[in-house]
Write a protein that binds this ligand. Structure first.
Ligand code: NAD
Ligand code: DAU
Length: 340
């Protein structure tokens, strides 16, 4: 029997992981611990809400007493940390919350986890810690060159994990996922943002020349990858989870429009994101050696994703109100006005 604390489990990838673990391991208890920030959404966990091996606790990973209480009450032996502020554009507007959750939160989880004698700590990280890579593929031992406050905060969190392994001998593993897309993704990220805007015939603000390259990974493949590394990863090691589906943003955008039967004239080339990385690309060899392989190619995954947003307006229409519209105005109003 394992008692697994999944922090950030009400977000996009964390909820896919919770749904996957609850269904795949009836002998494990899966406890989701989430602050429910603007990006956290209890609707993402509706498919498991009645399952016996699932519980939900609301709380902040940087709140030591709350973390200590759940570790003790549920006799947690394993922590998988998805909790993060995760959107690059928001980190450029206001970095504070990123330091709180992605750096201090990781430290509190490690520190309390050590005191409570947890057996394994899995940190979910990102390819953004490597920074821009002009050509070739990033390897796990490459140096960190993060360029946004988000990427730097994730790198800081990772270094704390490394230190707890080296200093206190904690059993840790780290996953570095590439750009993930799929159902239940908050509609501020490229794929769900452009899909839901295009459904409503609204302009799609493509940053700069749109030639930036990302490596796209379907969310269920990401969740299975974290499961694999959690169970089979060597202690103290990091593993890339690469989609091996490199595409530039123009191609992603035109493909979304084609799937929806909408015209390319919805695209607007707006002023670029500050410090915008041109390309991320990682080698998947190390995770492959542990038996992980992505199952979705980009075309199949994107089609399934776009259909999901078409069929699940109940999920995203209620998000695109209130705080979301304030953020939209701050991020896009001037950019779009400058090219009209
Ligand atoms: P998300 O923004 O959809 O979800 C983040 C979740 O964390 C939300 O449920 C939120 O409520 C919760 N959270 C935020 N601050 C918290 C706090 N202080 N305490 C407790 N919970 C808190 O993010 P996502 O896209 O699902 O990303 C999950 C993880 O995967 C992050 O660590 C991110 O850095 C990493 N990652 C994401 C991608 C991607 O493309 N989305 C790729 C690689 C790695
Ligand atoms: O690479 C992994 C990372 O992928 C994760 O660690 C992050 O949590 C996740 O948000 C994502 O970061 P990106 O910045 O790559 O994702 P985003 O969806 O914000 O942007 C993808 C690309 O699309 C990027 O080159 C910027 C561009 N873009 C994005 C938005 C939101 C636009 O051109 N216009 C937009 O409005």
């Amino acid at each position: 029997m394992k008692n697994i604390l999944v922090t950030g489990g009400a977000g996009f990838i964390g909820s896919a992981f919770v749904r996957h673990m609850v269904a795949s391991y009836p002998d494990y208890n899966i406890i989701c611990f989430d602050k429910l920030t603007y990006a956290g959404n209890i609707d993402n966990l509706l498919p498991v809400s009645d399952e016996e091996n699932y519980r939900f606790e609301r709380g902040d990973v940087a709140d030591r007493s709350a973390v200590s209480r759940v570790l003790r009450e549920y006799r947690i032996d394993t922590v998988v940390n998805f909790a993060a502020e995760s959107h690059v554009d928001r980190s450029i507007l206001a970095p504070d919350a990123f330091i709180h959750t992605d750096v201090v939160g990781v430290y509190i989880l490690l520190d309390e986890g050590r005191k409570h004698g947890i057996e394994r700590f899995c940190q979910v990280s990102t390819d953004e810690v490597y920074g821009d890579i002009e050509d070739g593929l990033s390897l796990e031992d490459d140096r960190f060159l993060p360029n946004s406050p988000y990427a730097a905060s994730k790198a800081g969190g990772e270094l704390m994990v490394r230190a707890y392994h080296a200093t206190y001998g904690m059993d840790t593993v780290i996953t570095r996922g590439s750009n993930t897309y799929g159902p239940y993704q908050y509609p501020e990220k490229l794929v769900p943002f452009f899909t839901t805007e295009a459904i409503d015939d609204r302009p799609l603000p493509l940053y700069g020349d749109g030639e930036q390259i990302r490596d796209w990974l379907y969310v269920d493949d990401h969740a299975r990858g974290v499961d694999r590394i959690l169970h089979y990863g060597a202690t103290g090691e990091a593993y890339n989870l690469a989609g091996e589906n490199q595409r530039n943003n123009i191609e992603v955008t035109t493909r979304i429009l084609k799937l929806l039967g909408k015209p390319d004239s919805l695209i607007r080339h707006v002023p670029d994101r500050e410090g915008h990385d041109r390309r991320y690309a990682m080698s998947a060899e190390k995770a492959r050696a542990l038996g992980w392989r992505r199952q979705f190619d980009f075309e199949t995954g994107l089609e399934a994703t776009v259909r999901w947003y078409q069929e699940n307006e109940w999920w995203w229409r209620k998000i695109k109100t209130g705080e979301y519209l304030d953020y939209y105005k701050q991020q896009y109003a001037e950019r779009l006005a400058s090219v009209e």
